[in-house]
Design a protein around this ligand. Structure first.
Ligand SMILES: NC(=O)c1ccc[n+]([C@@H]2O[C@H](COP(=O)([O-])OP(=O)(O)OC[C@H]3O[C@@H](n4cnc5c(N)ncnc54)[C@H](O)[C@@H]3O)[C@@H](O)[C@H]2O)c1
Length: 364
C-alpha cells in the first residue's frame, strides 16, 4: 500500500485521490487555498464519487507531512509544476507524477528536474493518461501486429471546446481567470490539449519511427488585452526515421473529436476517445476488408484508476519503460515549445535532444 500526497485540491487532484483510494492507497491532499480544500470535501469529491472519504487527509500547503510519502502527485496549474516537483523530489519518494503540460514553453526547470530526479533515484511520470488507457493499449497491439502494413502517415486530433473545463470550475469567470488563457503559462490549445502531441509521439514509438525532430506549426492566437492564448494549433511533425504526420489541437470544437489514425499501405488502425457516450474504441481494417471495431466502456474515474494501476506496475523491478515516464512528458514539452517557436518565426523548428530539455534544444 502506497502513502500518497496530492498537491492541488482541484479537478485533477480529486480524480487522482479517488483513483488512489480505489487501489487502497493512503491519501493526503494539500492546497494553498483553504476554499479548495472545502470544495473537495463538501462538493467535488462527494458529487463525483458518491460520498466524501473520511480516510483522506486534507492539509493547507506547508502543513502536510514531509519525507513520509511513497508517491507525490502535482495537480496544480502548469506554471507552478516545476518548483513543486523539485521540492517533491527533495522529499525522496519512490516516484512523482506531474500533471500535463509539465511546464511552460520556456522549459524553465525542465532539465534540472530530469537531472535531480535521476540523482535522487526518484521515478517520474507525467499525466498523459490516454496512452495507458485500454483503447490505446489495444490500438498499440493492432499496430504492433502490423494490421496497417507499412506506415504511410500518422494523424492525431484532440479537438475540444473548453466549455467543459469551465463547467467543472464554476468559480472561474473564463480563460482570463486561470492559466488556460495564457500560452506562456501552459494554457491554450497547444498546452492544455497536449495529449495530442503525446499520443502522436507514443504511436510513433510503437511504429519504431523514433522521436520528433522537426515541427512546422500554425497557431491562431487570441490576444485581447485580457488573454493571450492559442485557440487552434496545427502542427506537422517529422521523426528521426522520417515518419511525417500531423497533430491538430483546439479549444473550439464541439462536440469534441479525439482520435488518432495510423494509415499504412495495407490498412489503418484508429484510436477514438469518446467514440460514443462513456466509451472509447479501436477501429481497424485491411484494404478491401470490412471495418472492425472494439469498444471499451468506461467512466471518467476509470481513466485515472488505470493510470494508477499503470504506475504501480511500472514501479515493479524489471518493468518496461513507461509511456508516461518523465522523459516522454518532457519530449512532449519540447514539441509544444517548438510549436510556439515555429508559429512565431514562420518556419520549421528542429529538436536536438543531445542538448537536453532546454530552449537551446530548439534549433532553426
Ligand atoms: N490528465 C488529465 O486528463 C487532466 C485533467 C484535468 C487537469 N489536468 C491538469 O492538471 C493541472 C491542474 O488542473 P485542474 O483542472 O485540476 O486545476 P484546478 O484549478 O481545478 O486545481 C488546481 C489547484 O491547485 C492549487 N494550487 C495552486 N498552486 C498551488 C501550490 N503552490 N501548492 C498547492 N496547491 C496549489 C489551486 O489552489 C487549485 O485548487 C493542470 O496542469 C491541468 O492541465 C490534467
Amino acid at each position: 500500500m502506497y502513502r500518497t500526497k496530492i498537491i492541488g485540491a482541484g479537478s485533477i487532484g480529486n480524480h487522482l485521490a479517488n483513483a488512489s483510494r480505489a487501489l487502497g492507497w493512503k491519501v493526503d491532499i494539500c492546497d494553498v487555498d483553504p476554499a479548495a480544500l472545502d470544495r473537495t470535501r463538501n462538493d467535488i469529491y462527494p458529487a463525483r464519487y458518491g460520498a466524501w472519504d473520511e480516510e483522506i487527509g486534507l492539509y493547507e500547503a506547508g502543513q502536510a507531512p514531509k519525507g513520509v510519502y511513497d508517491l507525490i502527485f502535482i495537480g496544480t496549474p502548469p506554471d507552478t509544476h516545476m518548483d513543486l516537483a523539485l521540492a517533491a523530489v527533495e522529499e525522496g519518494p519512490r516516484a512523482i507524477l506531474v500533471e500535463k503540460p509539465i511546464c511552460g514553453p520556456d522549459l524553465m526547470g525542465a532539465q534540472t528536474l530530469m537531472t535531480q530526479a535521476a540523482a535522487k533515484n526518484v521515478a517520474g511520470f507525467v499525466g498523459y493518461d490516454h496512452v495507458v488507457g485500454s483503447a490505446c493499449l489495444r490500438a498499440g497491439e493492432q499496430i504492433a501486429a502490423g494490421i496497417h502494413g507499412r506506415v504511410e502517415t500518422l494523424d492525431v486530433e484532440i479537438r475540444e471546446h473548453w466549455g467543459g473545463i469551465f463547467g467543472a470550475h464554476p468559480w472561474l469567470e473564463g480563460p482570463h481567470d486561470s492559466y488556460l488563457g495564457f500560452w506562456k503559462r501552459g494554457g491554450g490549445a497547444a498546452g492544455e490539449h497536449s495529449h495530442g502531441f503525446n499520443m502522436w509521439q507514443h504511436l510513433a514509438h510503437i511504429l519504431d519511427a523514433g522521436r520528433v525532430v522537426e515541427v512546422t506549426a500554425t497557431l491562431d492566437y487570441v490576444q485581447d488585452g485580457r488573454v493571450d492564448y492559442d485557440r487552434l494549433c496545427l502542427a506537422n511533425l517529422r521523426t528521426e526515421k522520417g515518419l511525417t504526420g500531423r497533430v491538430v489541437q483546439d479549444v473550439v470544437t464541439r462536440p469534441p473529436k479525439k482520435y488518432a489514425r495510423v494509415q499504412g499501405d495495407a490498412g489503418f488502425v484508429e484510436w477514438h476517445c469518446g467514440y460514443r457516450s462513456g466509451a472509447d474504441a479501436v477501429v481497424w481494417a485491411k484494404h478491401d476488408e470490412d471495418i472492425q471495431e472494439e469498444v471499451f466502456t468506461k467512466t471518467r474515474p476509470d481513466d485515472f484508476i488505470l493510470e494508477m494501476q499503470h504506475i504501480e506496475a511500472a514501479l515493479k523491478p524489471g518493468a518496461p519503460v513507461s509511456p508516461i515516464s518523465l522523459a516522454r512528458g518532457l519530449d512532449t514539452m519540447l514539441v509544444i515549445a517548438a510549436t510556439h517557436k515555429s508559429a512565431a518565426l514562420g518556419r520549421s523548428i528542429g529538436i536536438d535532444y543531445t542538448r537536453g530539455y532546454v530552449p537551446e534544444a530548439l534549433v532553426g
